[in-house]
Design a protein around this ligand. Sequence first.
Ligand code: HEM
Length: 490
Amino acid sequence: YMHKDIPEGLKQLPGPKPLPIIGNVLEVGNNPHLSLTAMSERYGSVYQIQIGMRPVVVLSGIETLRQALIKQGEDFAGRPDLYSFKFINDGKSLAFSPDKAGVWRARRKLALSALRTFSTLEGTCPEYACALEEHVCKEGEYLVKQLSSVMDADGSFDPFRHIVVSVANVICGMCFGRRYGHDDKELLGLVNMSDEFGQVAGSGNPADFIPFLRYLPSSTITKFMDINKRFNTFVQRIVNEHYDSYDKNNIRDITDSLIDHCEDRKLDENSNVQLSDEKIVSIVNDLFGAGFDTISTALSWSLLYLVAYPDIQDRLHQELKEKVGLNRTPRLSDKPNLPRLEAFILELFRHSSFLPFTIPHCTTKDTSLSGYFIPKDTCVFINQWQVNHDPELWKDPSTFNPDRFLTSDGSDLNKLEGEKVMTFGIGKRRCIGEVIGRNEVYLFLAILLQRLHFQKKPGHAVDMTPEYGLTMKHKRCQLKASLRTWGQEE
Ligand code: HEM
């Protein structure tokens, strides 16, 4: 391959020697979060690999990430033009498409404002602080009932299968103003396929970089195209129904507010970036997609950690019993009083690092980092897993220990430690659902931990080895849950 001349004073990127045609695909292997972390020990926090014929810069180390994504944020804010991304949201995704900076920025602003209006702003129902709280409290209580009735019928349950429906209902409520039953075939068909989505969209999928692989019969790629098609058809039908019943004096949900924006914009002659109606309304696909997979994965992992560490689970229940009591549903406002639960969530994010890399980035111009030259349009992987397991930052990084986030007397959260955990990305492309994500994981967990006691199914080992993808999943498994009652305290 050809590389640009390196400007004077800058160095060429270090990295492993690539083989012809496949590059470093063999060294990257099936667990890129592990192999690329090992390479960072050898080559440093800025190095280059080659996937197929395409050079990819891999960044790790918290200081390097802050330098690239915050201080030089503009230079690294692009998205690469990858093969698999063309299928996501018909190529019109806010998160995955290589939109020009102006278009992406305008869409991101719209998405943020629609999300805020229909999630965290004070709602119309005085009983709840905001729409998010209302949706999560209702779905959480429903999930507790659902899990105990599945326990009564089957004696065990598949955590992801049920959590994903409850979480999808929260985002469905905000985006579309509707909810689905736990046995709704259409919703289940969509949300239970997210494993395959993540396997293709994760950083380092060879078919994105090695053109001939796309033409081999690959069940994963075919499934990926199928999921995206189903997903878009599902959303498109709901969007059409919204257009039919749209009333500008009654904006019901995020979809309505985006349709409303299309109308507004036609009146606004001065707007400097022209977005098509499609590019506006399709934002709801991104919000819906990003809003259920990430959070369900986090919650499903949580249950595995709770059964793997029963003492931690008991202490979390104890904290809820003392600070909230057992006769009302926990609220967002209880969060500052539940430092153990917050520490557990931070340690879950850190230890599982279930989003090992951010969505791939791309340089928007020729730039440099730590003295190395990086040309425009270079694909960049951001290794969050490395930061979360860096022995320079964490004592015993492979140990699951929520107490590392508490002050020494265990009564309060150590905020500075918490800020080192890398889960939502940083800088210009950081997640726009971070507040929702953190609040939703917290509130669902508080409700589940208050009411239920989770255990392994006897004779069934719980396998905590993650399967690599954009979001890493645990293998499907069966757990047990029993209702906690007043009389049953330990
Ligand atoms: C992007 C994590 C929940 C919407 C991202 C990125 C990460 C992430 C790592 C990529 C950052 C980058 O490329 O540098 C998470 C986690 C979540 C979560 C761990 C939950 C625990 C949500 C929710 C929503 C959302 C609830 C919306 C309702 C988005 C969008 C982007 C994004 C639209 C693309 C931003 C852009 O490209 O400008 N998220 N997310 N996320 N997230 Fe989230």
